[in-house]
Design a protein around this ligand. Structure first.
Ligand code: ZN
Length: 136
């Protein structure tokens, strides 16, 4: 099996670094040459890749998302979390990471993030690792 499920406690709106879990899934899968698909099965959370060196980058992204997608009285969705749905769609629900030589191909300053927009929540995400299969 190459599908891995992870649980995540998300007490506040934030970018949660899940790079270590993706590395672990790639390692456990035994795949040395392929791709890892990281997927979020929630409608008010997402998955993205961004800088993991300067924490102010994530802080600025959250600030800009709040400014770009404020809650509005015109929203009709009864759950009252349309802004969170908007942020989740803007971020997207999955990323693909190349696995080469048994390692994730990420830039020096890149990390994989689970993004929570409707806290507090108990979340999960999936990592599916697929091997490259040569037909020659
Ligand atoms: Zn909703």
């Amino acid at each position: 099996m190459s599908l891995f499920e992870y649980r995540l406690d998300a007490p506040k709106q934030n970018f949660y670094d899940i790079t270590a879990q993706i590395r672990e899934a790639a390692c456990k899968s035994g795949v040395t040459d392929g791709i890892a698909v990281v997927y979020c099965p929630h409608t008010t959370a997402g998955i993205t890749i961004n800088e993991n060196a300067d924490p102010d980058v994530v802080r600025d992204l959250l600030f800009a998302l709040d400014k770009t997608f404020p809650d509005r009285p015109e929203f009709r969705h009864g759950e009252g979390n349309s802004a969170a749905h908007l942020k989740a769609s803007a971020i997207g629900s999955s990323v693909t990471v190349i696995v080469e030589g048994g390692r994730l191909v990420l830039g020096t300053w890149q990390g994989v993030y689970f993004t929570e927009f409707d806290p507090p929540r108990s979340r999960k995400f999936y990592v599916k690792v697929l091997a490259h299969c040569s037909t020659r």
